[in-house]
Design a protein around this ligand. Structure first.
Ligand code: DI6
Ligand code: FE
Length: 450
């Protein structure tokens, strides 16, 4: 029988019992706690029973599943979990709030580890043009694509951007997302890049149900004012922009778009060198439309993740494995751009590179606000197993954000972020399209939705 984190709990029970025995053994006049008062002393704040616990821990069988389990929270942490048989009954009886989930599945809170959720306007009219045959690259080269979103984002106020991003975040949250990453990259000037990052930070700070990690993506596209001077733009990104972002503590990581239509590996390196000098984590949009050895570049700088990877070679996969960089696959962008070259999933498996899955939510290549749909597409299009897909939005997604010690699996001591699903087996999450079986969300130990 799998039992995770029993020790900490037993220790707590031990203390409780000895206090109880000690005070009750004393003469009445000295009895500090009555039995009533002792009953109010509880070890756990809340307990969910009769759950299928999809722990996603490694080495505990498929999905780390505990078929008939219970999970307890104290404060904002998981204080105990294990099989119902192993529930310490005296502690259970003193838990003020016990919730029977009636056989439903509980997974870690979902993590969308690659989004561009803050932006102005939308690109539905470009979608029409692409349906008529215009390519993504042609639109960008004609000043549209990313650059049309840059215009709209520069014009939008901070409040407008926040309201629009909140709306989009709601859609992701309804499907159990409790943590997400948000990139800048539609400002491409100092003020607008900072504005985007402030909005992303506020989104997390103002929402008790959501944690947001922010990423500075100044090297996303060349803005029109620098069309004749790429060198000067990269210098602006690596010097002034990055310094301001760092000093104002607006980003948790630094990203770049390494691509023929964006920046060369040498240009990205200038930004990475500076980021590493500042002690900031890096990640990279790598090998999405062509193989520029982006994966190897990301690995060389110890990147947390390399994202997209459709064109990554075996040498690139090997490099990711060596550096412990997570491969983030983005089936939404692959689908919307009607790509045909798939990421090297078999090689990623063979080299044991952890795989994460994300929406890449953005107005151009991935207008996607459903992480559950990405699970299905990761299985159907990229041939992941349902378990790999779920690990991609929990355990491995947490790793791309440097948060694996704190979340991404159900384990005692980790943050009590989890989702209760109206399903009997975790494979259902990737299997159904358009169903949202989310039946409850717990954030920091407290039920926050449904
Ligand atoms: N790759 C992407 O998929 C997004 N950015 C990037 O570097 C697309 C951004 C957009 O089209 O607006
Ligand atoms: Fe992206």
């Amino acid at each position: 029988m799998t039992e995770v984190g029993g020790n900490r709990c037993n220790f707590a029970i031990c203390i409780y019992k000895s206090l109880h025995d000690y005070y009750n053994s004393r003469n009445d006049n000295f009895q500090l706690f009555s039995d009533n008062a002792m009953n109010e002393l509880h070890v756990w704040d809340r307990l969910w029973v009769n759950a299928r616990l999809v722990t996603m821990t490694i080495g505990h069988g498929e999905y780390g599943l505990i078929e008939s389990g219970a999970i307890a929270a104290a404060g904002d942490s998981i204080s105990w979990l294990g099989s119902m048989d192993a529930l310490p009954l005296d502690v259970r009886d003193k838990t003020p709030d016990i919730i029977d989930v009636k056989g439903r599945c509980i997974t870690p809170g979902l993590i969308d580890c690659h989004t561009h959720l803050v932006f102005g306007g939308n690109r539905a009219r470009e979608f029409e043009l692409r349906l008529k045959g215009a390519t993504y690259e042609e639109l960008l080269q004609a000043g549209g694509g990313i650059l049309s979103t840059v215009n709209a984002t520069r014009q939008a106020s901070e409040e407008e951007l926040l309201a629009a991003a909140k709306n989009r975040a709601e859609a992701l949250k309804r499907e159990g997302v409790t943590t997400m990453e948000i990139k800048s990259g539609y400002g491409l000037d100092v003020e607008t890049e900072l504005k985007m990052l402030r909005v992303a930070r506020r989104l997390g700070e103002e929402d008790p149900q959501l944690d947001v990690k922010t990423t500075f993506l100044g090297a996303h596209a060349l803005p029109p004012e620098y069309a004749q001077d790429r060198t000067a733009y990269i210098q602006l990104v690596a010097d002034e922009m990055l310094s301001r972002v760092y000093v104002e503590n607006l980003a948790d990581a630094v990203d770049g778009f390494c691509e023929g239509i964006a920046f060369s590996p040498e240009e990205i390196e200038q930004v990475f060198v500076r980021a590493r000098e500042l002690g900031m984590d890096v990640k990279l949009h790598a090998d999405q439309l062509s193989d520029l050895n982006g994966a190897a570049l990301a690995a060389r700088y110890g990147a947390l993740s390399a994202d997209h990877l459709e064109y990554t070679s075996e040498a690139g996969v090997d490099a990711l494995a060596q550096s412990g960089t997570v491969a983030v696959l983005l089936p939404g962008a692959f689908y919307v751009l009607k790509e045909t070259q798939k990421p090297p999933v078999e090689l990623l498996r063979r080299y044991q590179v952890p795989i994460a899955i994300a929406t890449d939510a953005n107005p151009g290549s991935s207008p996607v606000l459903s992480l559950l749909l990405m699970l299905n597409m990761a299985c159907m299009i990229f041939s992941l197993t349902t378990e790999e897909a779920l690990a991609g939005v929990t355990r491995n997604a947490a790793r791309t954000l440097g948060l694996l010690d704190d979340r991404g699996t159900l384990e005692a001591g980790k943050r009590a972020d989890f989702v209760i699903w109206d399903i009997a087996h975790p494979s259902e999450l990737a299997y159904m399209i358009g169903a949202n079986p989310c039946a409850g969300i717990v954030k920091n130990g407290k039920p926050v939705a449904r």
